[in-house]
Design a protein around this ligand. Structure first.
Ligand code: 13P
Length: 248
């Protein structure tokens, strides 16, 4: 399967900083292996500027970090799927644990957003993951399989085949405590088994991915790339992760 590496810039970078970062990536884009797809998800405020920079090339795709599920309406502060399409957005991260924790994202809204993304031909990257308490209680697999089932509710087989999943253990995000690749692979195998249609769906690992540990994940049979936070904020470290993500 072709790998996918996505940079989730989270709430970082002004427009000028974002343009500098994307220009840094475009300068090294010819080092990206053909076996790896690449996407970056800047904050909403930088999407237009980054989209303009990415125009005319096909190596780096544009993603958003969330969206609303309705096309338009009285939802102050929200951004809709058609607005993202307008900007050339091809991927949207849905259900990131930070949005579940701080922005009232639930299994139900994740499912609505998955439907909306697919309706508008935006690829949803659906994030699941367990907390440290859940991990300690031995509930990792139950939790992520439940989240996956809830996210996929009422999607057709054909739609499920178009999504991307991201397994991000919450305790590994931004902590420098990345999951052991074999352990992550085993959890991701469980997620894959949750639904027959997930056999050929890409599942990304996320949580303290760095240039030094990416190859360990890429070597695992159920890990098809990475969702990268902190290390996606510098062109050299993100490019090194992309190079290390080539399937072997
Ligand atoms: P870090 O790579 O900074 O741990 O963040 C992971 C993440 O949350 C990506 O969505």
């Amino acid at each position: 399967m072709k790998a996918l590496v996505v940079g989730n810039w989270k709430m970082h970078d002004t427009i000028a900083q974002a343009v500098q970062l994307v220009d840094g990536l475009l300068a090294v884009v010819d080092q990206f292996p053909d076996t790896v797809d690449v996407a970056i998800a800047p904050p909403f405020t930088a999407l237009q500027a980054v989209s303009e920079r990415l125009r005319g090339q096909s190596r780096i795709a544009l993603g958003a970090q969330t969206m609303h599920w309705e096309d338009a309406g009285p939802f102050t502060g929200e951004i809709s799927p058609p607005m993202l399409k307008d900007l050339g957005v091809g991927y949207v991260i849905i259900g990131h644990s930070e949005r579940r924790a701080f922005c009232a994202e639930t299994d139900e809204t994740v499912n609505k957003k998955a439907h909306a993304a697919l309706k508008h031909a935006i690829t949803p990257i659906i994030a699941v993951g367990e907390s440290l308490d859940e991990k300690s209680a031995g509930q990792t697999k139950t939790k992520v399989v439940m989240q996956t089932h809830a996210a996929l509710r009422d999607l057709t087989s054909n739609q499920i085949r178009q999504i991307v999943l991201a397994y991000e253990p919450i305790w590994a995000i931004g902590t420098g405590r990345s999951d052991d690749p074999r352990n992550a692979d085993s959890t991701m195998q469980e997620i894959r088994s949750a639904n027959a249609e997930l056999q050929d769906v890409r599942i990304l690992y996320g949580g303290s991915v760095k240039p030094q540990n990416m190859a360990g994940y890429a070597a695992m049979p159920n890990i098809d790339g990475a969702l990268v936070g902190g290390a996606s904020l510098a062109a050299d470290s993100f490019a090194a992760i992309v190079r290390a993500a080539a399937p072997r």
